[in-house]
Design a protein around this ligand. Structure first.
Ligand SMILES: NC(=O)Nc1ccc2c(c1)=C(Cc1cc(-c3cccc(C(=O)NCCN4CCCCC4)c3)c[nH]1)C(=O)N=2
Length: 292
């Protein structure tokens, strides 16, 4: 396949911004197909020593391929003198965060449906030995049929990838913080290894947010948020759904291995069997419910 260049696309509006990338809506000039193109400045990546993260994101997206429908797909990569380009799936219906804020919160049916899609997506990541490490409502997108597409593997970890032997590198990697404050798990704050259970913590935070419109751990600074996370300092609004509360409480557990699903022989059987999902057909979730 001929290597693409920026000239193969018409770049449109900015649809995403990160500390190391800008995501544009773009159209392939030959097919008119819409893509999301993530553009990274080489100089910035090098200056901030993020080359390893960029290479890891590309590797993870290639490992994920297109065999699981719950992830954005990486179609092409190319570069020019100053920038790297990742041509990714365009998720027409935007971010879960926008939807939660727009509707203030989801009803139980929507929350159950999208929690189930997230469980299926996390089962696939577990199978592939990948930890997302920055799962949050901004990184859960909706495709044109309102199914989820998880994106942004810039902080991801590939389990079993040979760790560098030298002490210095270990220390650097260990103290290079990943994730977003409100969703980061206690083990990452305690500089312990992150595992698939770290994504289960984030899932608990997202389910809480879908039902309340609020993040469980909130504060005026990252430091205050971290304190709340490490002390498990959060609560449920009056009248919160009892079964959903039980599920969330089983994810928001300090010890990673004690989280629901963390030690499943068959991930994530114990999550599928939780009462919250009692009437879910895991082999066919059916069409997404209407938000309104
Ligand atoms: N860090 C990253 O890797 N970020 C990425 C990667 C890939 C990617 C990505 C981010 C995407 C972000 C995105 C953002 C949007 C978007 C942003 C702002 C507005 C809209 C929008 O209004 N879309 C029209 C449909 N709306 C959707 C919301 C309800 C009303 C109707 C979409 C669509 N997709 C995307 O589509 N694909």
């Amino acid at each position: 396949v001929r290597k693409r260049t920026p000239a193969d696309f018409v770049f449109g509006k900015v649809i995403g911004e990160g500390s190391f990338s800008t995501v544009y809506l773009a159209k392939d000039v030959h097919t008119n197909k819409e893509f999301a193109i993530k553009v990274l400045e080489k100089r910035h990546i090098i200056r901030e020593k993020k080359t390893e993260y960029v290479n890891r994101e590309k590797k993870v997206l290639q490992i994920l391929g297109s065999s699981c429908k719950y992830f954005v797909h990486l179609y092409y990569t190319f570069q020019d003198t100053d920038r790297l380009y990742f041509v990714l799936t365009y998720a027409k219906n935007g971010e879960l965060l926008q939807q939660i804020n727009k509707d203030t919160s989801f009803n139980l049916e929507c929350t159950k449906y999208y929690s189930a899609e997230l469980v299926l997506a996390l089962e696939y990541l577990n199978l592939k030995g990948i930890v997302h490490r920055d799962l949050k409502p901004e990184n859960v997108l909706f495709d044109e049929n309102w199914h989820i597409l998880i994106t942004d593997f810039g902080s991801a970890k590939i389990l079993g990838e040979d760790k560098s032997s030298d002490e210095e590198n270990q220390k650097r990697r260990k103290y290079s913080f990943v994730g977003t404050a409100q969703y980061v798990s206690p083990e990452i704050l305690n500089d312990a290894e992150s595992t698939c259970a770290s994504d289960l913590w984030a899932l608990g935070c997202i389910i809480y947010q879908m039902l309340t419109g609020q993040m469980p751990f909130r504060g005026a600074s990252e430091y205050l948020i971290f304190q709340k996370i490490l002390k498990l300092d959060y609560d449920f609004p009056q009248g919160f759904h009892k079964v959903a509360k039980d599920l969330i409480e089983k994810f928001l557990v300090i010890t990673p291995s004690n989280r629901l699903g963390a030690t499943d022989e068959t991930p994530y059987k114990s999550i599928r069997e939780h009462e919250f999902f009692k009437d879910v057909n895991w082999d066919d979730l059916g069409p997404p419910p209407k938000f309104f």
